[in-house]
Write a protein that binds this ligand. Structure first.
Ligand code: PNS
Length: 164
């Protein structure tokens, strides 16, 4: 039984995240999608909204025999991984520029919890430039994000912007 944690802010979930989850499903029996509760950041969507949206959109991906669970966590990621009895942390790497930060995190996490391995996965090239940060920026400035996030997320982003 291979259980992995796929952690992140998911503010919002993008097609790049979903691509990694779908690929991860071929490797792991269970993936827990862990939303970081970060009190220092002012998010676009609340944790509850992200939880609900992630739960809805992961239903559309091809899971094979893999179980997907959406959850949230605070504090150290490795403590959460150990508490969930997950032996792998999955992180997506888009470009070399991601690698330096991800390597630092992976090595720090290894130091803190040597039993937990970090696995880097590459999304499809189509999503190699897609990040939640850019999606939010483009959207808030009136650009289109169609094809970069699932239609449900685009709809929810429009609703959110109208509420502001
Ligand atoms: O989607 P993000 O913002 O790139 O995800 C970053 C995340 C959640 C993986 C990272 O910030 C994290 O693990 N935070 C939890 C706190 C922690 O464990 N910090 C030490 C990392 S070495």
């Amino acid at each position: 039984m291979r259980r992995a944690i796929y952690p992140g802010s998911f503010d919002p979930v993008t097609n790049g995240h979903l691509d990694i989850i779908e690929r991860g499903c071929k490797l792991f029996d269970e993936i827990i999608i862990g939303i970081l509760v970060n009190p220092d950041k002012q998010p676009f969507f609340t944790v509850e909204e992200r939880h609900e949206m992630l739960t809805a959109v992961v239903k559309s991906i091809s899971q094979g025999g893999c179980t997907l669970r959406v959850d949230s966590f605070s504090g150290l990621l490795v403590n959460y991984a150990v508490a969930q009895e997950a032996d792998v942390i999955v992180r997506g790497i888009r470009a070399i520029s991601d690698y330096e930060y991800e390597l630092q995190m992976a090595l720090m996490n290894r130091r803190l919890a040597p039993s937990v391995e970090t696995v880097f996965m590459m999304p499809a090239e189509t999503y190699s430039y897609v990040s939640s940060r850019l999606v939010k920026e483009v959207f808030q400035l009136g650009g289109t994000v169609t094809g970069l996030v699932p239609p449900l997320i685009e709809k929810r982003m429009k609703e959110k912007l109208n509420q502001q």
